[in-house]
Design a protein around this ligand. Structure first.
Ligand code: AMP
Ligand code: GLY
Length: 417
């Protein structure tokens, strides 16, 4: 089989690597891919926004299955175009991808179908949004509508002004709207499922770290590191999340005439009041893919084909723990640098996923906010963390930084700091 993976980041690197390990796969085309993916795949110079170009490429190159990484391509209808041309695609249509691209759509569906989530209200002007915040006080959460690469959310724990400022920023964009949400307190985790209509197959859980600095301080990012499995998330909790959140959402999308095929991502919170939904995404998580997929021992491509055929796949996972730390360029998430040489990768023992790199005059350089993710697999989380941080120490950090506490929350819960 020939596989086409669409996208350019660490998630796509992990998806393409998992696909390349399938005994059924001859070639993994990566459009546009990255220098890390070039080590095992064939790069194709097409952007994820070039829907027609991608479909033409797939038709002309015997592509048997297309795996879509990024949400913007899905929201733009890449899967609709492939389906129109009878190309097999694992990714939702534009209609189904609204579960991520429109927070309003997702929240109103959750309300309609009784899927637990934070209480909320939608606002279309700054004045009434601010009046609501003044009335409710903190803690409170402000979310811009639409796709924001994980950065359109402001969690205001103790400063109302921060919420008011976030509203001003949101409404500086013409036509924008915001959702103002109840603050949920608890333990967060990501549950990603392979979905086709009402077939919903959970993968192993991971925990992301969204805030930029240690101790979950600072603004939200796309994600600064992750680990899998999450010991606090027991099989019973996963079952509850499946029964109350993931399966009901898949059924809701089907009932609304927009059945979902692809990776359905539940951003979930275990609260004192049960498991609640923070958000849904219409694609695999990043940096969750880089720690979940290396733990899959069975054939990833076969699993996708099974789900697309309405069959529950046999998934086999290693009991080992994977742990990964993101190296981001200075200034991220507000800004980022490009073109700075990355040094020190030769001595790294773990796997290096490329998130924002490129080759320039034969040298590997930074090319965006999140640059690399270093991942290690070991018998315990403690060992995997040590291995990853030992690797991270070898990488030159003139223009890169990382969090030093990825995974610590899980260790703390087990009394082993
Ligand atoms: P989102 O983009 O909706 O996943 O939000 C980004 C991050 O903000 C989440 O991963 C949470 O850590 C945090 N967050 C979002 N909504 C809430 C909420 N209602 N209560 C507490 N934290 C939240
Ligand atoms: N890791 C969070 C996300 O992919 O949205």
């Amino acid at each position: 089989m020939n596989i086409l993976v669409i996208g350019t980041g660490g998630r796509e690197h992990a998806l393409a690597l998992a696909a390349s390990k399938s005994p059924q796969v001859d070639t993994v085309f990566c459009a546009p891919g990255n220098p890390g993916m070039a080590q095992f795949g064939t790069l194709v110079d097409l952007k994820s926004s070039d829907i027609k170009g991608l479909a033409d490429f797939a038709q002309n190159n015997g592509v048997d299955l297309i795996i879509v990484g990024p949400e913007d391509a899905l929201a733009a209808g890449v899967a609709d175009e492939f389906a129109k041309r009878s190309l097999a695609v694992f990714g939702p249509t534009k209609g189904a991808a609204q579960v991520e691209s429109s927070k309003d759509f997702a929240k109103s569906l959750m309300k309609k179908y009784g899927i637990p989530t934070a209480d909320y209200q939608t606002f279309h002007d700054a004045e009434s949004a601010k009046a609501y915040v003044e009335e409710k006080g903190v803690p409170i959460v402000i979310k811009e509508n639409g796709l924001k690469a994980g950065k359109g959310v402001t969690v205001c724990v103790d400063d109302v002004q921060e919420a008011l400022d976030a509203i001003d920023i949101a409404f500086s964009i013409p036509g924008n709207s915001v959702i103002i949400e109840e603050y949920l307190e608890g333990f967060e985790f990501s549950l990603i499922a392979l979905v086709n209509g009402d077939l919903v197959v959970p993968l192993e859980c991971a925990q992301d770290h969204k805030a930029v600095f240690d101790g979950d301080k600072g603004p939200n990012t796309g994600g600064m590191g992750s680990y899998s499995p999450v010991r606090k998330i027991t099989p019973e909790l996963v079952n509850t999340a499946m029964e109350t959140i993931m399966v009901p959402m898949a059924k809701a999308l089907k009932a609304e005439g927009v059945p979902f095929t692809g990776f359905l991502y539940g951003g979930l919170m275990v609260t004192a009041d049960g498991i609640k939904t923070i958000e849904f995404n219409a694609r695999f998580g990043d940096p969750e893919a880089e720690v979940i997929l290396p733990r899959l021992e069975s054939d990833f491509v076969q699993a996708l084909l099974d789900v697309m055929n309405g069959v529950k796949p046999e998934l086999k996972w290693t009991s080992k723990t994977s742990h990964g730390v993101v190296l981001a360029s200075t200034g991220y998430p507000a800004s980022s640098t490009k073109g700075v040489e990355i040094r020190g990768l030769d001595d790294v023992n773990g796997d290096v996923y490329h998130m924002g790199t490129k080759l320039q005059d034969g040298k590997l350089v930074t090319n965006g906010g999140r640059v690399l993710m270093v991942v290690n697999l070991a018998d315990t989380l403690e060992e995997a963390m040590k291995a990853t941080y030992d690797d991270v120490a070898k990488i030159e950090k003139n223009d890169l930084f990382c969090r030093s506490d990825i995974g610590k929350k899980d260790l703390d819960g087990y009394g082993k700091k």
